[in-house]
Each structure stands twice: as structure tokens, then as C-alpha cells.
Design a protein around this ligand. Sequence first.
Ligand code: NAP
Length: 455
Amino acid sequence: MAIATINPATGETLKTFEPLNDTEIATKLDLADQAFAQYRKTSFAQRAQWLHKAAQILEEEKADFAKIMTLEMGKPYKAAISEVEKCAAVCHYYAEHAAEFLADVEVKTDASHSFVRYQPLGIILAVMPWNFPFWQVFRFAAPALMAGNVGLLKHASNVPQSALAIEAIISRAGFPEGVFQTLLIGAAKVADLIADDRVKAATLTGSEPAGASLAAAAGKHIKKTVLELGGSDPFIVLASADIEVAAATATAARMLNNGQSCIAAKRFIVEEAIADKFEKLLLDKFNALKIGDPMQLDTDLGPLATPDILQDLDQQVQVAQKSGGKVLTGGYPISDRIGNYYPATIITDIPPDAPIAQEEFFGPVALLFRVPNIDAAIKLANAIPFGLGASAWTNNDQERTRLIAEIEAGAVFINGLVKSDPRLPFGGIKRSGYGRELSIQGIQEFVNVKTVWVK
Ligand code: NAP
């Protein structure tokens, strides 16, 4: 795959980049290694000062950074602005809390003094996706750098300008040379990097095949990994819920990032008693969305990031129909405009045991299922290989208790859409991956938890 910026709204190639050759990669690895030797000795206060500065740059130049993202992967510009603001927030968050999260923890034992100390590991490789080109990187980089690690970023090949902009932000913020570097390389180079002794751990956000491939390479060399992979999150609406609010939130939860979010609601599981009403509300809201140029502030739904994603989604919708699914709206690519546009689509009546019902739809397509009661809702929500997030709607205490206890996912949001928040851990179970980002759990993934015992 070429490393290039191709505008998804026009198909125009805006800029292409030569991938790094092996000598250039080796030079950057040397630099990262040398940087770590000194950087690990810097204080939390010094790192925090640099990270606050990075946040300030993000805040001051958010319009420029947002434009890069929209041009590279098509997300609505107003969402891109929010994404940059969220990156600034995660920088402030870890700048303020890292010292407390990684402070020595005293433990009483038979020693005169024993405690746990958290120390950095060294070079961490981050393989990142294009869908949140800034956020995915900053939610890795902020805790990793505050912990005293150094980062190497292999970003998705379609967002090279975002990758370079992030490297420049971290450098301009004052972090020493080599502490955070972007490698413009293809996926085929990742295994060699992991094999290098100086790379101590890796994290990947992306698809299951990419995650499995990275984890296999890391397993061979006994290196720690964190994987944030796909999801097909349920959005459960029970009869006791506020249906109007649920339908409005369902639309936002499905259309987030033009439908290309791992934690977007993808399967809408609705109790039979209110299913007609919910379906009608959802249909009206989907049909009211404004599709168009993602740079326009009133656009709700922009293009998909690449022609391949459009083609894959189209294929899945066709399979869903052949499997018994009924399209209520949308259901085919938009052919009368250039760009990778796909309309807001609702499909009902897919048999829950059809293989296509087990797949992640990475675009603005909602699968709607009707269930007789909460037992069937929970069963269907869990009948999927993924376990990232879940949103469930109820105003009944007993139902809420059951949903929290019985849903198999890394997160359950009651009466709200699933979202990431620096203060809360983020990650999945089952084939959605393992390990956690954000919060105290996120910063403790890539550290040596050292036991110290002194007599
Ligand atoms: P992808 O194809 O897996 O790409 C993600 C990254 O992995 C890119 O940098 C890609 O590089 C690289 N890559 C691909 N194959 C690889 C391999 N065999 N070895 C090493 N690296 C490899 O994923 P995508 O299609 O861009 O992203 C969509 C997926 O990401 C969805 O499933 C979505 O749910 C998931 N996602 C998960 C989260 C989460 O937090 N759980 C967040 C966002 C997205 P190239 O671009 O050079 O191929």
C-alpha cells in the first residue's frame, strides 16, 4: 500500500511519500535507543511541562491539524476539531496524574522496607489506524512518554501527514530528539522492528488480522503487547427506556466518524414491545442526515476513508440481503458524486445466526434485531466474537443490574453512548483485544513493575 494522502471526498492524490529504507529505519532506531538512555532519567515534572506544551500547541493550532485529518481520511471537520481538543485533554490529564499513578507503593512484608516501583521499559512501537489519526496516537503517546518510555509510530499508510504533524508537535513541545519518531513504513516492516532487541513492547490498534500478526511476531520474541481491535457493539433498547433519547443517541452512536469507529454502536437490539416505534424514529433520523463535503460544518456524514472500505461495506450489505436482511433505507454506494460516499443504511431481519451477523460493519450501516425480552437481548448481545463496548437503555433498576453483570464487553454504558474518556480505562475482551489504554491502567501497561525488598 502506497504511503500517500488521497482525499476521500474527491479521490485526488494530494501527496505521496517514499517509505523509509532499511538504513533510515536503523538510524531512527539508534536515535530512539540513545534518547531513552537520557530520557528515562528526566523527572515527571519536566515531562509534564513538555506534555502541557504539546497540549497548548494542539489547542492553538487545532484548525490546521483538523484540516489535515479531514483531507486524509474524510471525517467531518467539526469532529476533527473535537478530536484535536480531546488530544490536548489527554496530554493535560497524564501531565497532571502520571507522577501519582507511578509513585512507589509501599507494601508491608517481612522486609524492613519493601515497595513496588514502576520503571520505563524503553522503546515502545505503536502501530496505529487511520480512523482517529490524532487521538489514537496521543492516547498512546501521552502515558508512554510520561512513564519515561520513548515511542516509535508506524501510522496507517493513508494518514502520513497526520503522522508527521504529531512527530513535529512533540518535538516542538520540547521533548528531546528521538523521544518520539514517526516511521513512514509499510506493514511488512513491523515484524523486523519487533524482532529488534531494543524494541521492548508494542501496541496495535486496528483489525484482527493485523493484531494477530503483530502479537505472533511479539510472541516469538517474548515481548509485551496491547491490542485494541475491532468491535460490533450492541445497542440494547428495552421497553422501559426513554425511546426518543435512545433513538437520537443511536443515530449519533452509529454515525460517529462516518460510521468508522471501533466503539460505534453496530447492532441495535430492541425489545419487541417498542421495536416499531424505535425503528420509525431511527429511520427518520437516518434519512435526515446531511451527506456531503466533510469540510462543510453542516455535514453529518462524509465519505468513507478509502475506496476499499467502501467496496467491503457494499459487499457486506449485499451478503446481508442474501442472508435474509431487509434494507429499510440506503443499501448501495452513492454513485452520482465522486468520493467514497455510502448513505446511512438500516438493515432488519438478518437471522442472528447468519455468519454476516457476526461481522463488523465499518461504515454507516445499522443492523436492527428484535428480541422478546431482556434474556434474549443479553444472549444476542453476547453472541459475537467481539467484546469491546455496549450501550444499554433501561429505566428499570433490576434490568440495569443484569446488563452490567451479564454483558461480555470491556465497557458497558447505561443510557449513554460508548465513548472513551482519559479518566476511564479503555479496551476490549474476546477478539476485540487485550490490555487497556487510558486512566491509571493505561499508563501501567508499559512499565516494569519492580518489586523492591530491603532488609
Ligand atoms: P488495519 O488494516 O489493521 O490497520 C491498522 C494499522 O495496522 C495500520 O497502521 C496498518 O498499516 C497496520 N497493519 C496492517 N496489517 C498489518 C500487519 N500484518 N502487521 C502489522 N501491522 C499491520 O486496520 P484498519 O482497517 O485501518 O482499521 C479498522 C479496524 O481498526 C477496525 O476493525 C476497527 O474496529 C479497529 N479499531 C479499533 C480500535 C480500538 O480501540 N479497539 C480503534 C480504532 C479502530 P498499513 O496502513 O500500512 O496497512
